[in-house]
Write a protein that binds this ligand. Structure first.
Ligand SMILES: C[S@@+](CC[C@H](N)C(=O)[O-])C[C@H]1O[C@@H](n2cnc3c(N)ncnc32)[C@H](O)[C@@H]1O
Length: 225
């Protein structure tokens, strides 16, 4: 859903310049997405389009959910510790905002294109349960889709805190093609509760309604004993 006003003439010029310069760097399926949707406006759910709008500074803070997510991280975790962001996206805009705030964050995603945006350790791989996360204190993701379940399992197995803004990609992995987002989110919550036992506080929190994001953020915090 589009949640900003339609971009005005100046914004459309900036978007067109971006498209002309960079579209060929994107995989084919994302080039189609950009061709179809770039000029419609900022959304509540299209990461490719939203990253471009944020990269070009075309988004008001009052609808920028990446920034809202950072506030949630600040409210719930100690961000002076080392963070791993999983599924950072083609333009790692969340990591860019975090690094601007001096957070020590590494990123992992096989399809990162704009490496130079962030001066940090960039891992162009798929995150799996086997990815070594020893050096991190907090594992985060903003709509990391297919990586979500492995993030929760790995974080709990390795005694790390985690915070993930869940998306609606409940059909990942593919064998779950009939699952609804709600069922998937409940499944993830129960999974985290089951694995975390009484060592973790697991909770769902939600974005403010102005962001028009219905999906929860799952928070997992190790209980200090
Ligand atoms: C919906 S996009 C979100 C991108 C970014 N977080 C954002 O919101 O702008 C999901 C991203 O997760 C990445 N992803 C999916 N599975 C992954 C995995 N197992 N390991 C790392 N990244 C993964 C995809 O490549 C994609 O960039």
């Amino acid at each position: 859903m589009i949640i900003s006003k339609k971009p005005n003439f100046i914004k459309r010029i900036k978007l067109k310049k971006f498209k002309d310069k960079y579209i060929k760097l994107y995989p084919d399926y994302l080039q189609e997405e950009i061709e179809e949707k770039l000029f419609l406006g900022y959304t509540n759910n299209n990461d490719t389009i939203n990253q471009i709008y944020c990269f070009l500074n075309l988004v008001n803070d009052n609808i920028n959910a990446y920034k809202a997510f950072i506030t949630i991280l600040e409210d719930n975790f100690d961000l002076t510790k080392k963070v791993l962001e999983v599924g950072a996206g083609t333009i790692p805009i969340l990591a860019k905002y975090l690094i601007d705030k001096k957070v020590n964050v590494d990123i992992i995603d096989p399809i990162i294109i704009f490496d130079k945006l962030v001066d940090t350790n960039i891992i162009k791989e798929k995150f799996t349960e086997k990815t070594n996360i020893d050096k991190y204190n907090l594992i985060i993701g903003y709509n990391p889709c297919g990586a979500t379940e492995d993030m929760i399992k790995s974080a709990i197995k390795n005694k790390k805190d985690f915070c993930i803004a869940l998306c609606g990609c409940c059909f990942l992995p593919n064998e779950y093609k009939n699952r609804t987002p709600k069922v998937w989110h409940e499944y993830l919550f129960d999974l985290a509760k089951g694995l975390g036992k009484n060592n973790y506080e697991i909770k769902f929190i939600y974005f403010d309604s102005k962001y028009k994001i219905e999906y929860p953020i799952i928070i997992g915090k190790r209980i200090k004993k």
